[in-house]
Each structure stands twice: as structure tokens, then as C-alpha cells.
Design a protein around this ligand. Structure first.
Ligand code: PAF
Length: 282
């Protein structure tokens, strides 16, 4: 396993291999790796000759300084965890300077309005930060394929648009949400949950599963009201939003159409930890 901290060095390494026809799969991360990340890495290894994992806590996508400060930084542990999957993985763990070169600012993007829905309403500037870092990483790594978890479904949609709009020659692949046995979606934030909140958190997936069943016979409004009632009764989880949206526009659905695909999205606080999850409804 080679760990690069410098973009020129990893670019040189990759361009030499690409010239010989080697294909690259890319898994961008902010570290604090867990089984969800490892499932993306395994898929990238299956579908490409080499897998590159970036580990970088991107300051421009945080709207909250405290959240950025508290974000776990566990590079040594992350590298050894990746080593248990394959010794051939390339790790890119740059400094803020290597990425932003003294100008730690997000670019401004338009993603046809999907950036203003759900996460965009509650995390100001978040998707500009995500767009900025992912575009830079794509330029540095030049992957053939890039892998993102569907847990961040809105992020995945935005990255697909980013690649399309900027004609970046990469195939962006969404991967199914990886869950703990109790249904809780894997997240780096789960590690920070206090025991009583960790025990309560699988409620989110339980409600999503039940809302999927209800969506068969009820309207989006009825399902939403039912979900809000269930969360109001739960003293460990505070619902920030529950949205049923079409998978293309990510806009709240007013009237169901048989020909469209929908997903339900949740953001909820377990104490001070913000958790998100979603499910395909049809
Ligand atoms: O999903 C994440 O971990 C981050 O948003 C990403 C895509 C690595 C960009 O910093």
C-alpha cells in the first residue's frame, strides 16, 4: 500500500500506469473508515485494476466549525483497515494546502436546483463545498469509475450532475446503503453516539421500512404525517425532516404517479449527532 500526501506524486504515479492501460476505481472519503466504506472499496477493486482511496476532511463542506473540529481524524487506523482488504490500494491523504493552495474557499455551482432541497436547506453551502472537493479530486486522480454510497443519495445525484456538466470522463456509481445488523446505516458519526442513542438509532430504518409499506396505499402527505407522529413519540431522536421525493428532481412529491420512482429521506438528531438515511419506495 502506498500513501501519497502530495498531488503531483500521485498524479505522476497514476499517469504512468494509465499509459500502460491500467484502470482506476476511486473512493473519496473523509476517513474514519467503516464497513460501509470498505464495501465501496471492495466493489472498486472488483471492477478496476487499481483502487484509490482519498482521505481528506474537507473544510469547505462544513457549515459548522465545531462539527469540522470534532470530525474524527484516524489516518493510521484507516490505512491499516484498508490493508486488511488489499495491499494494492493507493491512499491519497493530502493536507488542506495541497488541495486548496492557500485559498480554502468553495466554488459556486448550480446543480439544476437539487442543491436547494433537503440537505441544501439545512446545511448552507454544503454542496458547493462537496462539488469543489470532488471536482478537484477527480482532476487529480482521473479515475475511470468513482463509487459513492446511496446513504448520501442527494450528494450522489449532485456528483453525477457535476461529472455531466463539466464533462469529466468518469462513471459515477451509486452503491447500496450498507447497514448494521439492526438496520442502522453505517456512518462515521455512529461511533460518536452515546450507548442509549446508539440503541435508539435503528428506529430510523424501522420507520423508513414501514413508510415504504404505507406508501403502497397512502398518499405522501399521509405517510409524512404518520412518520412525524412516530418521531414525536421518540424521546431519543429529533426529526429534522422527512421528505418523500422523486428521485430525479428530489422535490417533495405532491401527487404520486405510477411511472415515477420515489424515495423517502430522513435527517434526525440523536443527541447532538445528525444522522441521515433513505429508502427506495417503489
Ligand atoms: O461523503 C463524503 O464522505 C464526502 O462528502 C466526500 C464525498 C468524500 C467529499 O468530501
Amino acid at each position: 500500500m502506498i500513501v501519497f500526501n502530495n498531488k503531483t506524486e500521485i498524479q505522476d504515479h497514476i499517469s504512468k500506469k494509465k499509459a500502460k492501460g491500467t484502470t482506476f476505481g476511486f473512493v473519496p472519503t473523509m476517513g474514519a473508515l467503516h464497513n460501509g466504506h470498505l464495501s465501496l472499496v471492495k466493489r472498486a477493486l472488483e471492477e478496476n485494476d487499481v483502487c484509490v482511496v482519498s482521505i481528506f476532511v474537507n473544510p469547505t463542506q462544513f457549515d459548522n466549525v465545531e462539527d469540522l473540529k470534532k470530525y474524527p481524524r484516524t489516518l493510521e487506523r484507516d490505512v491499516s483497515l484498508l490493508g486488511t482488504v488489499s495491499k494494492t490500494i493507493l491512499v491519497y491523504a493530502p493536507s488542506v494546502q495541497d488541495i486548496y493552495e492557500g485559498n480554502t474557499k468553495a466554488e459556486h455551482f448550480s446543480f439544476d436546483g437539487i442543491e436547494f432541497e433537503m440537505e441544501g436547506k439545512f446545511r448552507q453551502g454544503h454542496f458547493d463545498g462537496v462539488g469543489t472537493i470532488v471536482k478537484r479530486l477527480f482532476e487529480i486522480i482521473t479515475p475511470n469509475n468513482a463509487y459513492f454510497g446511496e446513504k448520501d443519495f442527494q450528494q450522489l445525484a449532485i456528483i453525477k450532475k457535476l461529472a455531466q456538466k463539466y464533462k469529466i470522463p468518469v462513471t459515477v456509481k451509486g452503491c447500496e446503503i450498507y447497514r448494521e445488523v439492526n438496520g442502522l446505516a453505517y456512518s462515521s458519526r455512529n461511533e460518536r453516539l452515546k450507548p442509549e442513542y446508539k440503541k435508539a438509532a435503528p428506529f430510523i430504518f424501522k420507520i423508513l421500512t414501514e413508510s415504504k409499506e404505507r406508501f403502497g396505499t397512502k398518499s405522501a402527505k399521509q405517510v409524512t404525517e404518520w412518520v412525524e407522529k412516530q418521531f414525536a413519540k421518540n424521546k431519543f431522536l429529533e426529526l429534522e425532516y422527512f421528505v418523500i421525493a422523486g428521485i430525479t428532481t428530489l422535490k417533495n412529491v405532491k401527487r404520486k404517479s405510477k411511472s415515477k420512482q420515489y424515495r423517502a429521506f430522513v435527517a434526525a438528531y440523536a443527541d447532538d449527532i445528525r444522522l441521515i438515511d433513505n429508502i427506495a419506495l417503489n
